[in-house]
Write a protein that binds this ligand. Sequence first.
Ligand code: SAM
Length: 171
Amino acid sequence: MAVSVLRLGHRFARDARISTHVALTARAFGAEKIAYDAKATDVKESVEDVVKQWGGSFTVEFTDTPMKYLKSFTGLKVHLTMYGLSLNEVIGKITKRGGDLLVVVGGKKVPSEVYELVDYNVSVGTQPHSEVAALAVFLDRYFRGGEVDIEYKKAKLKVVPQAKGKKVLSE
Ligand code: SAM
């Protein structure tokens, strides 16, 4: 079972930071891979730097044909949108399905085809907010909170939780 994220609508001029945050959130909340619909090399490099330091095997890829990518994905496909069915209503059915999962998030307007191609359009509340927030809440509910305790293999840096101050072990 693996969770991947497809991030649509990357805009080079304004989205590098948010696209990076989508990837870091995907990684930190249990996903294994992200695909962007644009060749955002700077985003890939900064995420790979984090993986080198903090461990794990999260990967970043690009696709020129995001609709083909979505169609050919063989597991369950979920699109996060404020217009979808309530997370509280559908999360039980989604977790029960098991197997591979692709979570689609937007940036600019998502093509209407996406709403038809996925198994579930899911809203994290019906207010507009952010792909980063929607992804974090969805993954946390999907993994029932266990993802925050993941131990990342081959980490050079590791935080030791402290009541006050900071403690980081480095190899
Ligand atoms: N009108 C958009 C929508 O369909 O949710 C909001 C655009 S928002 C700038 C960019 C992305 O954030 C959306 O494509 C969606 O993936 C995510 N998003 C924003 N609000 C959301 C919500 N309430 N529930 C689920 N996803 C949301």
